[in-house]
Write a protein that binds this ligand. Sequence first.
Ligand SMILES: Cc1cc2nc3c(=O)[nH]c(=O)nc-3n(C[C@H](O)[C@H](O)[C@H](O)COP(=O)(O)OP(=O)(O)OC[C@H]3O[C@@H](n4cnc5c(N)ncnc54)[C@H](O)[C@@H]3O)c2cc1C
Length: 443
Amino acid sequence: MDNGGALKSGANIAVIGGGPAGSFFAILALKIAREMGKDINILIFDCKHFSDHGPRGCNMCAGVIQDSLIRKLERIGITLPSDIRMADIEGYAFHLKGFSACIKKDPSTSIYSVFRGGGPYRWAMIPRRKVSFDQYLLDHAIKEGVKFRYERVSGIEFPKMDGNKVSVICKGKNNSKVYEADFVVGAFGVNTVLIKKLPFGYRPPKMWISCQAEIEMERDHLREKCSNMIHIFFTRSPKIKYLAITPKGDNATITAIGKNVSLNDLQNEIINSEISGYLPSNWEFTCHCHPKLPVTPAQQPYTDRCVMIGDASYSRYMKNGIESAYYTALFAAETILKNGISKEILKRDYDKRCRKMFYYDNLAGKILFLLHEIISSNDVSSTVYLDRVINEQSQMEPEKQEVSRLLWHLYTGDMPYQYILKRFLNPLLHAQFTYETIKKIFR
Ligand SMILES: Cc1cc2nc3c(=O)[nH]c(=O)nc-3n(C[C@H](O)[C@H](O)[C@H](O)COP(=O)(O)OP(=O)(O)OC[C@H]3O[C@@H](n4cnc5c(N)ncnc54)[C@H](O)[C@@H]3O)c2cc1C
């Protein structure tokens, strides 16, 4: 098989990483191959047991699965069972300087919260049901015929001659194992040293280091204080852009997003703000982690016979990382099975498609989050902004709740950022804001 054509029957594909990107790729590639009458072999490598507790077994995220992804999964035969869903989320509550506004979801849609691994460290002491979203996806891929190896990949070697196989290397203590593949998919995310070891022009995304922690809460307390809503706090801390509480049964995941957030920053923010009012008086962290968040795309996430997908390539700015992994997996699977596996074809049919979907939209996203930050940091504009949401929620028909809808789209990620920005820049909206602001200043 040369590097020009698409993968043929009998081809071996090695996928490094069994997180959402790796499992989505395997499931979608098998589906496309079957539709085309091709018989391919897929082997996934991962060095985590997703049933392990704490960050060891977890791909470290807030675990919010939005309606658009739930629908996509259903279309490929994946329905998330109730034991994976830690909570059925009812909406979002936004908090700014002591003011709060709640926006309930449309009852015909669903939002779930999940754990990516076996749950917080503390759970290791109490036997619980299986909870891992990532394990569920991986098991689905295995059921479809994918092979899995629990192994850490230490490197990839590319052939010197056109048409030869790529070697996936797993270095052990005493010996190394080498697996040969016709094509390699890098689905290893950004929390790995492998992203720094690739011997071609690949450059990983720029990243922020966030902080997440788990807090155990009585179900009744959680229901009373948080009522199965995701609570977003726009903080005063210069280090934290925003902080979220995501309910998960008898746990809550606290996520702090910023360039480099330490556990101390998170702890101080909780202690010194309204956030502590939503937590039990004796709260303590039962688990914490510092996952990396990609904030730019990777450069050249492809070469002959190899492509990077998921966080290691492109993802939506700040939102919907798992859904982004789905799209990059789909684009990669279609390209290598229908068009070809050379660098040129991957650039034309994979990379361009990802850029089209993410590049300009993420720029719009960055502008939106910046505008949002400017508004929230000013006492007058933030009060006008949140007052408007509160009034819309209590007095207006759903189709007239313009600002609530914009805030909803921004935090659920259910609309492209370019669409939200266009709506946000509506001159009428700004005339109303200016009028309200002047009124507030002179009152
Ligand atoms: C704080 C935070 C909160 C987030 N919240 C959400 C959210 O609520 N909803 C959402 O949709 N997205 C969220 N995301 C984004 C989401 O976590 C990622 O976009 C998603 O996990 C990307 O999937 P992936 O498969 O590309 O990478 P990962 O999930 O990181 O999976 C990579 C896999 O590769 C394996 N691996 C790595 N190196 C090797 C190696 N050398 N050998 C073998 N295996 C290897 C790892 O063990 C891992 O299983 C959040 C991100 C952060 C940082």
